[in-house]
Write a new protein. Sequence first.
Length: 281
Amino acid sequence: MTPVSTGRDHEQAHLDALGRAGDVGALAHYDDPRYYAKTYAARTRDVEYYTRLGLESGGPVLEYGIGNGRIALPLARAGITVVGVDLSRPMLSDLATQLEREEPALRKRIKAVHGDMCQVALRRRFPLVIAPFNVFLHLYTRQEVEQFLARVRQHLAPGGRFVFDVSVPRPDDLNRDPERKYRAPRIRHPSTGQLLRYTESFEYDSLRQLLLVTMEFTPVAGGAPFSVPLTHRQFFPRELETLLHYNGFQQVAYSADFSELPAAEDTDSLVVTCRVVRSRR
């Protein structure tokens, strides 16, 4: 986990200094792959879901936000070829390290590309394009959404599907006092072994629809605290449907929490499935 300097001696970073793609609010959460892997080790329903979709498609699969392979490695172990795009060099480096321990046949089934998902052009098409675990929430402006969806259209094979999941905005989270620190259970850092006190704070910009979550860590045995910001754009379900429609997608369907159940008010992860509108001649 990389300490983040806010210029205010570990005071909380604020949204006026964050919120553009590629800045610290988009990348800092992914600077420590070991911490990331430990934090989300219990998150398995989406892994099973995307693996099933990959098998149904027959592959290859294009994954935006491949990271250190939390989704891609199970897909490859299931026999599916995965091409992934990611902006985080630390996560991609960790993926490369993990692949060195795998069999050659599996290594050949994963290709990772470093770059901005709004810009990378692979010159090939895929029957399934995925953007798991809130990758879409790192698109902070309408222009970035349009650029990204143009790349998805470019990479989808005829009849292919684009599937992604996003957390549903919660009024309670968006209305929290930005000066309050919410306590979370202590954690032990997987690299240093330090026991850390852990708090979170939330700041929401209602005009830009950006939510900044600042995770602050304080060593129990003493030492300087450090913080890690995470900036997520908040997309409301009907807003998403409109953005997809006007960017050339149809058959937009929502499901709840990696199941076949329809989305409901208590849905946490909204799974979105859609296809590209193909012009008729």
